[in-house]
Design a binder for this molecule. Structure first.
Ligand code: ZN
Length: 136
C-alpha cells in the first residue's frame, strides 16, 4: 500500500459557523469550501494547511454518524484520512491482512474523492479513512 500524506483530519463540531470563526479569526486559516454530504448527513467546511486539510463536520441529523459521535463523545477529532495511490488495491490488501473495513468498496466523499473507512477496532482506536483523488 502506498500512502502519500495525511489528506485531512476530520473534526466533529456542534456549530459549523462558530467553529469556522475560531479557525479563521484565531488560527488565521481560511475556509475555502463548505459542502453538504447528504449521504453522510453532514455539512463540511474545509481549510488547507500545507498538503493537509482540516475537515470540520457538523451533523445535519442527530441519528447520523456525526450526530451520534457528538452525543457520545462531544466535539473533537473524529477521523484521520490518508491519501493513497490505488484505493481499490489498498482495500484488497487490507482485507487480506485481516483489517475490518467499514466500506468494502470505495464511495464518493466530499470534493469528489473516492473514500473508504477502516474500522477503529482494527486500527488501534483511530477511525481511518483512505482517500484517492482520481480527478487529478
Ligand atoms: Zn474525511
Amino acid at each position: 500500500m502506498e500512502l502519500s500524506h495525511i489528506e485531512h483530519i476530520g473534526i466533529a463540531v456542534k456549530d459549523l459557523k462558530q467553529t469556522i470563526k475560531y479557525y479563521e479569526d484565531v488560527l488565521g486559516l481560511k475556509c475555502y469550501a463548505i459542502e453538504e454530504v447528504k449521504d453522510q448527513r453532514v455539512k463540511t467546511a474545509f481549510f488547507m494547511l500545507g498538503q493537509t486539510k482540516i475537515e470540520l463536520l457538523e451533523s445535519t441529523d442527530k441519528e447520523g454518524p456525526i450526530g451520534k459521535f457528538i452525543e457520545k463523545k462531544g466535539e473533537g477529532i473524529h477521523h484521520l484520512a490518508f491519501a493513497v495511490n490505488g484505493i481499490n488495491s489498498a482495500l484488497v490488501e487490507l482485507k487480506e491482512k485481516g483489517i475490518q473495513l467499514v466500506d468494502q468498496n470505495p464511495r464518493k466523499g466530499a470534493e469528489g474523492l473516492d473514500i473508504a473507512f477502516l474500522h477503529p477496532k482494527s486500527t488501534h482506536g483511530v477511525l481511518t479513512e483512505l482517500c484517492e483523488n482520481k480527478n487529478k
